[in-house]
Design a protein around this ligand. Structure first.
Ligand SMILES: Cc1cc2nc3c(=O)[nH]c(=O)nc-3n(C[C@H](O)[C@H](O)[C@H](O)COP(=O)(O)OP(=O)(O)OC[C@H]3O[C@@H](n4cnc5c(N)ncnc54)[C@H](O)[C@@H]3O)c2cc1C
Length: 457
């Protein structure tokens, strides 16, 4: 006998799981949700939100310096890491409560337990409870890959998960990885005053992003004092007293206080008992789903990072809403993964929507490229800081804007709005017909008249 029966049972109380549970419960469905850790999942507890709070903290250093060019006298400043962690913890606790209330307030039942399958309709909770459900949604997220790509010494390393709770800011940090999480943490630690080294496997950070933005960021990191060691991995890592000593494949010897591995993330598909229910997994353990997020078992669906389609919070939420439409509103809805805007919260930040030059060419488009590089007005009195860059990739045949790439302050805020225009199929002529908002950085988007160059596939 099962303890409870639900119309929908959700495994995972993160971005995707909570949205699906809340929406289905609000429609009057009987909904249960199991969360093994804290409600809110990666985004709220150890991802987007605490990360962005850290980013804000890290940017004050430059603000204090710039303030003087506007006539301010800034007294002695001091950064207090434990205070940041305490304030961050307070806010994360508040958000965790809101996520719980969102499900319970809509009528859902939350089980603070690990869940795994017994059969396609039955879930076993860690406390021994048995739940049956008509539909089961796996929204179990992902975790940082904890390995040194085969080299010994991973036990001396940490991941982004732990960095959110460090008792002190280390004096020296080495980060392994060139993806957005590695880059963001490198900027955070560097701006907060830690000696920061980034060890990357490729020649540049942020594979897949537009080359001009990657180059601009690499230059900016060098200028800001982040050491980047390209085309390297680790030969080994050991602890000597209070220090960590890492040797790289290039022969560098790095002595540091913390070594954070950020090579990538792995879907949380282990321990779910998927073998009992015929749910197949693919590369790195991601759950295989069809275009409607359905697994091989007809009543079991999966969304979010556990499916490793596009590992972003708004995508997990979008997939959750498509799932609810498909299953409970009788309207089969495919999540739309086209033209998803994304940002890297480096300082300054990068944001992008649509195709890079290379991707456009690879898709067979002949393109015109429009570019503008400029010192932001805010930096002109001090005449220091990074030049911003705004770039449009336009399809020659149709004049459609295929991609927009921004490097500079508020890039994420700019690109979110540009994404609406691109989703509507906006052309370069329509950008040109829009009157500028002056003085702003974003006005460059509608004032670039001369193409920088053209390329054909
Ligand atoms: C450092 C960092 C920064 C990030 N920054 C951004 C950003 O700026 N913007 C952005 O869009 N995305 C960002 N992301 C990615 C974003 O956090 C994820 O894409 C998003 O949280 C995925 O949501 P999800 O619902 O799929 O999974 P999650 O939010 O990970 O939720 C899954 C939940 O399932 C629980 N769970 C797992 N297995 C079980 C089980 N068997 N039983 C019960 N519960 C289980 C887990 O404890 C977890 O709480 C970041 C991620 C990291 C790590």
């Amino acid at each position: 006998m099962a303890d409870r029966h639900f119309d929908l049972f959700v495994i995972g109380g993160g971005s995707g799981g909570v949205r699906a549970a809340r929406m289905a419960a609000a429609m009057g469905k009987r909904v249960g949700l199991a969360e093994a850790s804290r409600m809110g999942g990666t985004c709220v507890i150890r991802g987007c939100i605490p990360k962005k709070l850290f980013v804000y903290a890290s940017r004050f250093r430059e603000d204090f310096a710039l303030a003087q060019s506007f006539g301010w006298t800034v007294g002695p400043t001091r950064f207090d890491w434990p205070a940041l962690i305490a304030h961050k913890d307070g806010e994360i606790g508040r958000l965790e409560g809101l996520y719980l209330a969102a499900v319970e307030g809509a009528g859902g039942v939350v089980f603070h337990e690990h869940a795994s399958f017994e059969d396609a309709h039955t879930v076993r909770l860690a406390n021994g409870g048995r739940i049956t459900a008509d539909i089961i949604l796996i929204a179990a997220g992902a975790r940082p890959a904890r390995d040194l790509l085969g080299a010994p010494g991973i036990e001396h390393c940490c991941t982004s998960d732990e960095a959110f709770d460090w008792p002190q800011l280390p004096k020296r940090v080495v980060i392994a990885g060139g993806g957005y999480i590695a880059v963001e943490f490198a900027h955070i630690f560097n701006e907060l005053g830690a000696e920061t080294t980034l060890v990357i496997r490729k020649t540049k950070v942020l594979r897949g992003f537009d080359e001009d933005l990657r180059d601009a960021l690499m230059e900016s990191m060098a200028r800001r004092g982040i050491t980047v060691l390209p085309e390297q991995q680790f030969a080994g890592v050991e602890r000597r007293g209070g220090e960590i000593v890492a040797t790289t494949t290039g022969g560098d010897r790095l002595v540091t206080d913390k070594l954070m591995v950020a090579w990538g993330r792995l879907p949380n598909s282990e321990g779910l008992g998927l073998d009992k229910v015929g749910v197949a997994t693919g590369k790195n353990g991601r759950i295989e789903v069809d275009a409607l997020s359905r697994t091989g078992a007809p009543n079991i669906y999966a969304i979010g990072d556990v499916t490793d389609r596009l590992a972003l919070t708004p995508v997990a939420i979008h997939e959750a809403m498509a799932f609810v439409k498909t299953v409970f509103e009788g309207e089969p809805t495919r999540p739309d993964h086209a033209l998803v805007p994304t940002a890297v919260f480096s300082t300054p930040e990068i944001a992008t929507v649509g195709m890079s030059e290379d991707k456009a060419l690879a898709h067979g488009h002949a393109i015109d490229v429009y570019k503008s590089a400029f010192l932001p007005l805010r930096n002109t009195l001090a005449r220091t800081g990074d030049r911003s860059m705004i770039k449009l990739v336009v399809e020659q045949k149709t004049d459609r804007v295929l991609g927009c790439h921004v490097f500079g302050p508020d890039a994420s805020e700019i690109v979110q709005i540009v994404a609406v225009a691109l989703k509507m199929g906006a052309t370069k002529a329509q950008f040109d017909a829009t009157v500028a908002l002056h003085p702003s950085a974003a006005e460059e988007l509608v004032t670039m008249r001369t193409k920088a160059y053209s390329k054909t596939p």
